[in-house]
Ligand binder design. Structure first.
Ligand code: GTP
Ligand code: MG
Ligand code: ZN
Length: 287
């Protein structure tokens, strides 16, 4: 449920047991993640020892979670305004890991973020507008995540913890002011933690991305990226050249769809940026 300072908190269904990981994890360079299902030895006094991590459905490093069915990307049109590139990068990673991304636009009381809404709705994502402040859209979000294991992610200050509080007021999670001057959040949430909602959803609150955090990229092969942009898929076998990178090739069906407005230009620009980043990774780093 939570990993903090070398302790792993395991929910048995009846109790929360504070565990240490056995030495073999360090040995095998294996890190337990929030979301893992584990085998452990219960020492009977509220503590225990982690023995094994069961096979994972998927794993993510930013945020550090595993076994996620729904990745809820929280965005905002009001400060701190979300950079669409941050959305597209994490969505692309989710698409390659058997995890459904959904887009949740918060702070609708301040800004309806029409363009963000149109972009992601149009690209084929479940896109929900909410306000943690007024409660607008919170019921729809609650229905959408019912019974699922989810992670909330997004830039700092966008309202991830506030939305969790709106979904379940009893959580009382700490939230932080947004710096008007700098236009960004203050990194209030410092660790990943899972919370159980009364509708059966299990949701991870996570530390927010920094708005400067745009250069980092998980190591992926450039050729696996096109299919992680779902609205590109109908065009991928229609390019003139086999193996088209969809970057500057002649007769590219993806670029044509973008020029004709069937693919949002911000989505296409994110693809090119991720592609260029992935291409720079030397072969030896991929192992
Ligand atoms: N007007 C308005 N303010 C909101 C809304 N949701 C959150 N806020 C405010 O935005 C600020 C940041 O909210 P948090 O919930 O701490 O944001 P966070 O995404 O958890 O931030 P980190 O933990 O730093 O990643 C707080 O001052 C909230 O009161 C909303 O829907 N409308
Ligand atoms: Mg938070
Ligand atoms: Zn192409």
């Amino acid at each position: 449920m939570k990993a903090l300072s070398g302790f792993y908190y395991v929910d048995t269904g009846a109790a929360l047991v504070t565990c240490r990981a056995r030495g073999k994890f360090r040995h095998n360079k294996q890190t337990p993640l929030v979301g893992d299902r584990v085998a452990f030895t219960d020492l009977g006094d509220g503590t225990g020892a982690l023995d094994d991590i069961l096979p994972r459905r998927n794993e993510f490093y930013r945020p550090a979670v595993s076994n996620i069915e729904l990745l809820v990307v929280i965005a905002s049109g009001a400060i701190p305004v979300t950079d669409p590139f941050l959305i597209d990068r994490v969505v692309s990673i989710a698409e390659s890991r058997d995890c459904e991304p959904i887009i949740c636009i918060n702070k609708c009381d301040l800004d309806a973020a029409e363009e963000l809404y149109r972009t992601y709705q149009g690209a084929g994502f479940t896109t929900i507008r909410v306000s943690a402040e007024t409660g607008e859209g919170i019921d729809l979000l609650r229905q959408t995540i019912a019974g699922k294991t989810c992670a909330f992610t997004g830039n700092s200050g966008v309202g991830k913890s506030s939305i969790l509080n709106a979904l379940e007021p009893a959580f009382g999670l700490q939230t932080g002011e947004v710096s008007e001057k700098l236009g960004r959040g203050r990194h209030t949430t410092r660790h990943v933690e899972l919370f159980r909602l009364s509708n059966g959803a299990v949701v991870a609150d996570t530390p927010g991305f920094s708005s400067f955090d745009t250069e980092w990229e998980e190591i992926r092969r450039p050729e696996e990226l096109p299919a992680t942009f779902r609205e590109f898929r109908p065009y991928l076998d229609q390019c003139r050249f086999q193996g088209c990178a969809h970057v500057k090739e002649k007769g590219c069906a993806v670029r044509k769809a973008m020029r004709e407005g069937r693919i949002a230009s911000s989505r296409y620009e994110s693809y090119v940026r991720l592609y260029e980043q992935a291409k720079e990774v030397p072969e030896w780093e991929r192992k």
